[in-house]
Design a protein around this ligand. Structure first.
Ligand code: FEO
Length: 175
C-alpha cells in the first residue's frame, strides 16, 4: 500500500525541498562564518566585536533550524551537506565588517530567489514561512551596513575602536 492521498497533498515539491535544504547549508555556513569572525576578533583582543559576532552566529544557527523544523513539519527529509571553511584570517577589522555585510546581501538574494520559487510553484505555505526571512533580512542588512559605516566614521582611532567595541559588546542575545 502506498502513501495515503492526503500525504501526497501535504508534501513539499522536490524542487522546493531541495532549495530549502540548500538554504539550510547557507544559514549554517553563515553561522560558521560569523563564528570565525568572532574568533578573529577574540585573537585581536576585541571582546565586544567578538561577542557581537557570537550573538550573530547564534542567530544564523536559529535561521538554519527554522528551515530544518519547517521541512520536518511538512513531512519531508532534511539533508545536511558539508560547510565550507570560512576565510577570515589576515583581514583588517573593516574588511571583516564589510564581509559580514556582503554575506547578508548574498543571503537576502538567495531568500528572494526562494520566495520566487515558492510563488512560481504555488506553494503558499512555504511563501508564508519565507516571509519571516524576508523581514529578518531587512534588519540584518541594516545592522551589518550600519557596522561598516560606523567603523568608517571612527577612522581607525584607538579611542574610537575601543568605544565601538564596547558598544557592540552590549548586544544581547534574543531568543
Ligand atoms: Fe540568516 Fe543573516 O542570514
Amino acid at each position: 500500500m502506498g502513501d495515503p492521498k492526503w500525504r501526497k497533498i501535504m508534501i513539499l515539491k522536490p524542487k522546493i525541498q531541495k532549495a530549502l535544504n540548500k538554504q539550510i547549508n547557507v544559514e549554517f555556513s553563515a553561522f560558521y562564518s560569523y563564528l570565525s569572525m568572532a574568533a578573529y576578533f577574540e585573537s585581536h583582543h576585541m571582546p565586544g566585536f567578538a561577542s557581537w559576532y557570537k550573538v550573530q552566529s547564534n542567530e544564523e544557527f536559529k535561521h538554519a533550524m527554522k528551515l530544518y523544523e519547517y521541512i520536518i513539519s511538512r513531512g519531508e527529509k532534511v539533508v545536511l551537506t558539508a560547510i565550507e571553511t570560512p576565510q577570515t584570517e589576515g583581514k583588517s577589522f573593516l574588511s571583516v565588517f564589510e564581509a559580514a555585510y556582503a554575506q547578508e546581501l548574498k543571503v537576502s538574494a538567495l531568500i528572494n530567489d526562494l520566495m520566487d520559487l515558492a510563488k512560481s510553484e504555488g506553494d503558499h505555505a512555504t511563501a508564508i514561512m519565507l516571509q519571516w526571512f524576508i523581514t529578518e533580512q531587512v534588519e540584518e542588512e541594516n545592522t551589518a551596513n550600519s557596522n561598516v559605516e560606523k567603523f568608517k566614521f571612527i577612522k581607525d582611532t584607538t579611542e574610537g575602536i575601543d568605544a565601538f567595541d564596547r558598544e557592540l559588546g552590549g548586544r544581547i542575545q534574543t531568543t
